[in-house]
Write a protein that binds this ligand. Structure first.
Ligand code: ZN
Length: 488
């Protein structure tokens, strides 16, 4: 079995991965709340889990991967009111929409995809067990987890109770014994989705669902639990409290792995902020390969600021890979001699180096760096064109790109001719807006407007127009004869 190291939020350290059952790895990833289309920040978290899944399988594990859908939630109820429909209909609709986006991002199907509404008996049984174990109490049909009965509370987020209480928002709920106690079950308000339970007709709190579904599909001990870093507190902290309070088994999760945020031009992306960049729009415009390269090419624990530069880097990286693949395919089947012998052993070394990077807490930038060093050498040799009877260097590089890169990142698997054409289209669109390059008439119109602004001494407007042209790939040059322009 390949030795893999992962950073564990629970211990704050990078640790060798050792599963409960040797050769078998269980993984749970918190999935989306289905009340709208996912944004690229959500897509990043989902793709990171997809990459873990692919690599764990490649490393030789039999993997059980569970990703849930939260289909009962205040946001879903609110959306149902807005769309004048039922919460069920909202959840069903957006589960299907999210699945479409996952498919267009070339994500693998998890082993199980449970949803909350299909697990009410399990949730109720789990809440009952926590009450029986003296770690939860009932007030007026509502069930609260008792923080004071679980002294280890805070161990994942590395906070003590005093810190947490100092930082919490003022909570007017005087039913709670401790203001930090959280709801496991709450009575439903009229019109809300509800289920019968021993305590009230109501619905589960948010956190209990993941404890119930992971226990149902994996058991009381999970190897890897993944989620966005915003879930560390309170969601994952509460999952630990619930699961360990119910089963008495510690630790509930061996390795907690959290992926970092994606920010949009330095602002945290979140649906509630309204600065949404939908995964669907991004995938339609740039395709799965660009999305995967951009979102996985950065280490999963590092923030990605989504801006023109990050997109440009992804386009350039993919282009280099596909140009090399095109050349390598053209060479495949042709014997190559001399320096190409050394190139084939360089491929073997690079494959091992890339694997070392992936096994080292998924160091994707390291793996890509190793690949690009090899591609530079390939390009140098291809320019010299040494030929003769010998090794099939082309075939070896294609295999490296498809197996050693594609097998983990899901990038590089496509046909180079169509992919390079697609990249051209993307670049042309970026320079010229949706309709391709800016037309001569469009350019002249903006230049005339700028000339008029300058004549009216409106330099701010003139500057804005120059910047607009620049951002659309047009360079201008002023002279006494007027303004000349060219494509960048
Ligand atoms: Zn969860």
């Amino acid at each position: 079995m390949r030795q893999i190291k992962v950073t564990n939020t629970l211990t704050g350290r990078k640790e060798p991965l050792e599963t409960v059952t040797p050769g078998r790895l269980t993984m749970y990833s918190c999935g989306p709340t289905v009340y709208g289309l996912i944004h690229i920040g959500n897509l990043r978290a989902a793709l990171v889990a997809d990459m873990f899944y692919r690599y764990f399988m490649r490393a030789g594990y039999e993997v059980v991967f569970v990703r849930n859908y939260t289909d009962v939630d205040d946001k879903i109820i609110k959306k149902a009111l807005e769309e004048k429909t039922t919460a069920d209909a909202v959840a069903l609709k957006y589960t299907a929409e999210v699945e479409k986006d996952y498919k267009s991002a070339d994500m693998l199907e998890p082993t199980h995809k449970p949803a909350v509404t299909g697990h009410m008996p399990e949730i109720i049984a789990l809440v009952r067990k926590i009450i029986d174990n003296g770690k939860a109490y009932v007030v007026d049909g509502e069930v609260f987890f008792s923080i004071d009965a679980f002294p280890e509370y805070g161990k994942l987020s590395h906070k003590n109770l005093e810190d947490l209480e100092a930082g919490r928002r003022v909570d007017v709920n005087d039913k709670k014994r401790n203001p930090m106690d959280f709801s496991l079950w709450k009575p439903a308000k009229p019109g809300e989705p509800s289920w019968d339970s021993p305590w009230s007709r109501g619905r589960p709190g948010w956190h209990i669902e993941c404890s119930a579904m992971s226990s149902r599909w994996i058991g009381d001990r999970i190897d890897v639990h993944h989620g966005g870093e915003d879930l560390v507190f309170p969601h994952h902290e509460n999952e630990i409290a619930q699961s360990e309070a119910a089963s008495g088994v510690r630790p509930f999760v061996r390795y907690w792995m959290h992926s970092a945020f994606l920010t949009l031009a330095k602002e945290k992306m979140s649906k509630s902020l309204g600065n949404v960049f939908l995964a669907r729009d991004f995938l339609a415009r740039f395709g799965a390969a660009v999305a995967r390269y951009m979102l996985l090419g950065v280490h999963y624990r590092s923030m990605i600021d989504f801006n023109d530069d990050t997109l440009e880097q992804a386009l350039t990286g993919i282009q280099r890979i596909y140009e090399a693949k095109a050349k390598a395919l053209a060479m495949a089947g042709v014997g190559t001699a001399g320096p190409w012998n050394d190139f084939v052993s360089a491929c073997d070394r690079t494959a091992a180096e890339m694997d070392d990077h992936f096994a080292n807490d998924f160091n994707t930038p390291g793996a890509l760096g190793a690949l690009f060093t090899l591609i530079r050498e390939f390009n140098r040799l291809a320019a010299l064109q040494p030929s003769g009877a010998g090794v099939d260097a082309g075939k070896r590089l294609v295999r490296l790109i498809e197996h050693d890169l594609g097998g983990v990142l899901g990038v590089g698997l496509g046909d180079p001719a169509s992919m390079l054409k697609e990249l051209d289209r993307i670049r042309a669109e970026r320079l010229g807006g949706a309709g391709g390059r800016m037309s001569v008439e469009e350019i002249q119109k903006l230049i005339d407007a700028r000339t008029a602004a300058r004549a009216a001494r409106d330099f701010a407007e003139a500057d804005r127009l120059r910047k607009e042209l620049d951002s659309r790939g047009i360079v201008i040059k002023d002279s006494k004869d007027g303004t000349a322009w060219s494509y960048k």
